[in-house]
Design a protein around this ligand. Structure first.
Ligand code: FMN
Length: 537
């Protein structure tokens, strides 16, 4: 495919082929092969395991302080604090049981709870951990050592975390659309990692220069013999954590050289015994979206004022672990306009505020919202133009003359929120999100419309657009919890029906993710079990 087409054509071919439509869904398995369901956890046989302490309960940072990182005294880089960083981003948050079925939930959400993403830690000079590359096994809250190397390859106070995806996990259930879900999950994971680091007073930055091939080397994902018949992992993103306020540069070349000749141990487990379906289009888009080495990205600055305040007094560690996707909404709960504005405000790409301060790719997405139950706001269709610089282009793209583009009276001045239509949109929202009631029975639901022109600049931006959408989703999840309601990510929606509603006629603006926030209903038949009761640690 990539020989015959330019990489951006391959991306567009994938994107257009994997749209859900009212008349038919993107290609997926005709039947779920339950005997072949991927094992929920990856581990490396033969690697040395380090049990991590569970200390998140001792962390009393308030959730609202996460947005004022300079107020939080940085914790030292120790085994305990690394454990806490991992527990609050990728650790288990509960086990659920219904009849004979039992499944784990994690602090970060995932499409279908399939958790394609894996996390790796690279550290040196940490008491209790040999210098090296480790895989995090969330089930056992353990680090598995994959590689050992000589000390002094990283500056003091610095830790690297690499994320990868096992695409098969999502493809097993969702077929061709799975690549999109893997990327959304990575966006959620990046934000989850940033929030956890903020709770420890740490800084995070995506190391955006590295190529996918370098990241594969760094994480040992290209070591064919260590994988054998085990499902491959795709390298996604490398993040640098600094416990000091001044971030120091990592000598990546030195690190790559050392790791390439390091002492690697461990054999990846096989997740499914046979793969009944193959989805070659995912391999094609993966190759087309591969990132080469690049210059460091320059970050655009936006002048937003300080975030709006929130009355939430919860501790971050509790709120993060209590986050849950609502499976159903009550259709009656309302939120105040102040709560609504605060939630939207936190989605703005402020470069000095978590989670946005860790990523150079933050302002390509505009929100289109169905407001159902927000006190003081007429039900209807609204838009939040997160990057006000895109307003004119977006107005032109929405080819509907009947849209009002009306400012909202009591809305804070800096919030680029506009009312487009006044009408009850509950049925429409439900229909657009694959007939899922969660989109209509909530307080509001939304679509994330991305400016895809960056894909023609470089194909690898395709993934980064989803990462931005996933990060917005993670902000909405935590903000919803902080406001006493719940959120749910929605990966299933009818792409072009959304575009048609908005009058979008070309490919530049595309809906990449939906989300809904409201009064969740808990299913009392499902039992909740503490996350790490099985460890006796
Ligand atoms: C990218 C993404 C897409 C999702 N799509 C849907 C969806 O279409 N419908 C739905 O009910 N839940 C959806 N969810 C919610 C997941 O099912 C949920 O995150 C998962 O079951 C884990 O539960 P938790 O979020 O409570 O930890 C989605 C979540 C993510 C991150």
């Amino acid at each position: 495919m990539t020989d015959r087409h330019s990489t951006s054509e391959t991306i567009w071919h994938y994107h257009n082929t994997t749209k859900h439509a009212l008349h038919g869904y993107a290609a997926g398995p005709a039947a779920l092969d339950l005997n072949d369901q991927p094992v929920a956890f990856r581990w490396y046989e033969g690697s040395k395991k380090y049990d991590l302490p569970l200390i998140a309960d001792t962390l009393h940072t308030l959730y609202t302080d996460l947005y004022q990182p300079t107020n939080i005294k940085p914790r030292v880089l120790s085994l305990d604090n690394i454990a806490c960083q991992l527990e609050l981003s990728f650790g288990l948050s509960a086990w659920k049981q219904y009849g004979a079925a039992k499944w784990a939930l994690r602090c970060n959400p995932s499409s279908g709870n399939l958790h394609a993403e894996e996390a790796y830690v690279i550290c040196n000079q940490v008491d209790g951990l040999n210098s090296g590359v480790y895989h995090y096994l969330s089930r056992d809250h353990q680090l598995e050592q994959r590689c050992g190397f000589d000390a002094n390859l990283l500056p003091d106070d610095t830790l690297l975390i690499g994320l990868s995806s096992i695409q098969w996990r999502e493809a097993w259930k969702y077929g061709e659309r799975a690549y999109r879900y893997c990327q959304l999950d990575i966006g959620h994971a990046i934000a989850a990692l940033r929030y956890a680091a903020a709770a420890l007073g740490w800084q995070v930055e995506i190391v955006d220069q590295t190529s996918d091939a370098q990241l594969a080397t760094l994480l040992g994902l290209n070591r064919e013999n260590d994988f054998g018949k085990a499902e491959a992992e795709h390298p996604d993103v490398l993040l640098q954590i600094s416990t000091a306020t001044e971030k120091k540069d990592v000598d990546l070349d030195k690190l790559f050289d050392a790791i390439a000749v390091g002492n690697w141990v461990g054999q990846a487990n096989v997740l499914s015994s046979h793969h009944m379906y193959q989805w070659p289009i995912i391999d094609e888009v993966t190759v087309a979206a591969e990132k080469p080495n690049t210059e460091k990205h320059t970050i655009k600055q936006h002048n937003f004022p300080e975030p709006l305040s929130s009355p939430c007094q919860q501790e971050a560690a509790n709120l993060i672990r209590d986050r849950r996707s609502a499976q159903a909404f009550d259709g009656t709960t309302t939120i105040s306009s102040e709560v609504f504005y605060r939630i939207l405000d936190m989605s703005l790409p402020r470069q000095d505020t978590p989670p946005w301060d860790c990523s150079p790719w933050t302002d390509n997405i505009i929100l289109i919202m169905f407001v159902h139950r927000v006190d003081g706001l007429e039900p209807g269709l609204y838009t939040l133009v997160r990057n006000p610089g895109s307003l004119d282009a977006f107005k032109t793209a929405l080819g509907r003359e009947e849209f009002l583009w009306k400012s909202i009276e009591d809305c804070p001045e800096h919030l680029p929120l506009y009312n487009l239509v006044q009408a009850d949109g509950q049925n429409m929202a439900t229909t657009l999100s694959c007939h899922q009631d969660i989109a209509g029975q909530s307080c509001f639901s939304l679509g994330m419309i991305a400016d895809c022109s960056v894909i023609d600049v470089a194909s690898w931006h395709y993934c980064r657009l989803y990462w931005e959408a996933g990060m917005i989703g993670q902000v909405l999840y935590l903000e919803a919890e902080a406001a006493g309601v719940q959120g749910t990510g929605i990966g299933c929606y009818f792409d072009d029906t959304v575009h048609e509603l908005l009058g979008i006629t070309d490919n530049r603006w595309q809906s990449l993710y939906h989300f809904t926030v409201g009064g969740g209903i808990r299913d009392s038949r499902i039992q909740t079990i503490p996350p790490y009761a099985h460890l006796n640690r």
